[in-house]
Design a protein around this ligand. Structure first.
Ligand SMILES: [Zn+2]
Length: 43
């Protein structure tokens, strides 16, 4: 998969867990696919 930033073929899809908000309104979203590049480290 080509990186959209540097154009190299070192990008891959990673799944991450992110949390939004804080306290009782904390929302955790799991398995968000992000494009991660090992060349420029963009995601
Ligand atoms: Zn890149």
């Amino acid at each position: 998969m080509n990186c959209q930033i540097c154009g190299k073929k070192s990008a891959s899809i990673k799944k991450v867990t992110k949390s939004f908000g804080r306290g009782p309104r904390l929302v955790v979203i799991e398995d968000i696919p992000v494009l991660s590049c090992s060349s420029c480290h963009e995601s």
